[in-house]
Design a protein around this ligand. Structure first.
Ligand SMILES: NC(=O)C1=CN([C@@H]2O[C@H](COP(=O)(O)OP(=O)(O)OC[C@H]3O[C@@H](n4cnc5c(N)ncnc54)[C@H](OP(=O)(O)O)[C@@H]3O)[C@@H](O)[C@H]2O)C=CC1
Ligand SMILES: C[C@H](O)[C@@H]1OC(=O)[C@H](O)[C@@H]1O
Length: 261
C-alpha cells in the first residue's frame, strides 16, 4: 500500500513508534527512525542501539532505513533531522508524530517544570516536526500524510495525568487545524487515539496488579494493546485508501472508550 513512499517516525526506537515504523516498512515504505539522546534515563535504554536494531529490521523487510537523532522539542535539531532524512531517503511523504512522555504525577504537587516538559515534548514537538515536514511536502508538490499519536486521553481524564491529557487533546486539535491549513496542498492530517498499550511508558503504573486487572477488565476485546496493533490503522491513514480522510481521529483501544457499563 505504501510502495515508493518515504516516512519519518519520531520516538521510533521502541514502543508504539517502533511498531508503527515496522508496519510502514512492511507496507512498502522506506523509513527514518528517530531517537533521542539521552532519552529517558529511568527506562535504561541505549536509544541509538535500539534505533539501529529497528533500522536493521526494516532493511530485513527489503526497505531502506536511516536512524536520526533529535530531541523533538528542539527546533534546530528538528530542522536538521528533516533535512537529513530528506537528503538520505530522497524526500518525505509521511510523518508520524510518535514521540511522547507521561511521567505520572499528582496534580496538587505538580511542578511547573514537569508541566512544561510534557507540553514541550508532546505538543510543541508535534508542532515542530509537523511544520518542518509540511514545508518539505509543500515544496515537493506531491501532497503528504501527517499522523499524530494522540490518545484515548484526548477524550477522557486521568488523575495522575493532568499535565499529559491536555497535550493529547492538543495534538488532535493541532491535526484538525493543520488539516484546514494544509488541505489545499494535498496533505492530510489525522490522529490515532491508542487506548491502553503495554510499553515502557506505563510499566510502573501497571505494576500494581489491582490496577492492571481493573484496566484489563474494562477492555471489551479482552487484552491490553500491543505496539503492533497501531500499525494497521497508521498504514491505512498513510495510504491512498484514506485519501479523503483528514482532520479525523481513530480510536485504537479494543473498545475501552465506549465501555461505560
Ligand atoms: N502506551 C500507551 O498506552 C499509550 C501511548 N500513547 C502515546 O504513544 C506514544 C508512544 O508511547 P509508548 O510507545 O507507549 O511509550 P515509550 O516510552 O515506549 O516510547 C516513547 C518514545 O518517545 C521517545 N521520546 C520521548 N521524548 C522524546 C524526545 N524529546 N524526542 C524524541 N523522542 C522522544 C522515547 O525515547 P526516550 O524516552 O528514550 O527519549 C521513546 O522512543 C506517546 O506519544 C504516548 O503518549 C498514547 C496512548 C496510549
Ligand atoms: C501511559 C498511560 O498508561 C496511557 O497513556 C495514554 O495515553 C493512555 O491514556 C494510558 O493512560
Amino acid at each position: 500500500m505504501l510502495d515508493g513512499r518515504i516516512a519519518l517516525v519520531t520516538g521510533a526506537s521502541r514502543g508504539i513508534g517502533r511498531g508503527i515504523a515496522l508496519g510502514l516498512a512492511a507496507a512498502g515504505a522506506d523509513v527514518a527512525v528517530n531517537y533521542h539522546i539521552p532519552g529517558t534515563p529511568e527506562f535504561g535504554h541505549d536509544n541509538a542501539q535500539d534505533a539501529a536494531a529497528v533500522a536493521a529490521e526494516i532493511e530485513a523487510l527489503g526497505r531502506k532505513a536511516v536512524t536520526v537523532e533529535a530531541d523533538v522539542c528542539d527546533g534546530a535539531a528538528v530542522t536538521r533531522m528533516v533535512e537529513d532524512v530528506t537528503a538520505a531517503l530522497g524526500g518525505l511523504d509521511i510523518l508520524v508524530n510518535g514521540a511522547g512522555i507521561c511521567p505520572f504525577h499528582d496534580f496538587l504537587t505538580m511542578p511547573e517544570q514537569l508541566w512544561d516538559r510534557v507540553h514541550d515534548v508532546n505538543l510543541k514537538g508535534a508542532f515542530l516536526c509537523s511544520q518542518a515536514a509540511a514545508r518539505v511536502m509543500v515544496a515537493q508538490g506531491r501532497g503528504g500524510r501527517i499522523i499524530a499519536v494522540s490518545s484515548i486521553s484526548a477524550l477522557v481524564g486521568g488523575g495522575m495525568q493532568t499535565h499529559y491529557t491536555p497535550t493529547k487533546a492538543g495534538m488532535h486539535s493541532l491535526m484538525q487545524s493543520m488539516a484546514v491549513s494544509l488541505g489545499p496542498h494535498g496533505i492530510t492530517c489525522n490522529s490515532i487515539l491508542p487506548g491502553a498499550i503495554a510499553t515502557d511508558i506505563n510499566k510502573d503504573d501497571w505494576s500494581d496488579p489491582d490496577k492492571r486487572a481493573y484496566l484489563n477488565g474494562r477492555i471489551p476485546l479482552g487484552r491490553f494493546g500491543e505496539p503492533e496493533d497501531l500499525a494497521g490503522p497508521v498504514v491505512f491513514l498513510a495510504s491512498d485508501a484514506a485519501r479523503y480522510v483528514t482532520g479525523a481521529s481513530l480510536l485504537v483501544d479494543g473498545g475501552l472508550f465506549v465501555n461505560l457499563q
